[in-house]
Design a protein around this ligand. Structure first.
Ligand SMILES: [Fe+2]
Ligand SMILES: [Fe+2]
Length: 171
């Protein structure tokens, strides 16, 4: 699949869209699990507010999962049942950084997905993804605020892939 530029996303097939949405769904499951667990195990007065916030994130991620599964079903696909792996840690900053990393990847993925949906003329899908991405960006802000950093840029799926390829080639 060739890619001209960011604003001229090549048209993908429905089958490919189902595959990609299923990867997104596995990411939403991962986010639900991470937020359920981290919201309960974050300890310390400094993290009380963000722990409460993470409980809200968990509920929002569940609503994203349902929306994505609905779209997969609409496209004639079968929603996956397995989450992406969830990192565990006992250290609060490490948990928050893991969440932030996932959110940055998620935002990068949905930006690409919105362009693909528009290229297909699937405007209802693009509309659903836009409401989700707005909440993911809110999650990035909440986590960055708790970590006392500026919101870092989203991670483009291509960048992530090349990083993963690099990691594999080192083995
Ligand atoms: Fe989400
Ligand atoms: Fe999120």
């Amino acid at each position: 699949m060739s890619k001209d530029n960011n604003n001229n996303e090549p048209k993908i097939t429905r089958e490919r869209m189902i595959e990609l949405l299923n990867e997104d769904l596995a990411g939403e499951y991962q986010a639900i699990i991470a937020y359920v667990v981290y919201s309960q195990v974050l300890k310390g007065a400094a993290y009380m507010d963000i722990a409460k916030e993470l409980e809200l994130h968990a509920a929002e991620e569940l609503s994203h999962a349902i929306k994505i599964a609905k779209q997969i079903d609409y496209f004639g696909g079968m929603p996956v049942v397995t989450p992406k792996p969830v990192k565990t840690s006992k250290e609060a900053p490490e948990m928050l950084r893991a969440d932030l990393q996932n959110e940055r990847e998620t935002v990068g993925r949905y930006r690409e997905r919105i362009r693909q949906a528009e290229a297909m003329g699937e405007f209802a899908l693009s509309e659903v993804l836009r409401t989700i991405i707005a909440q993911e960006q809110e999650h990035e802000i909440d986590l960055s605020t708790a970590l006392n950093i500026e919101v870092p840029p989203a991670i483009k799926p291509d960048e992530k892939q090349s990083k993963e390829q690099l990691a594999h080639s080192r083995h």
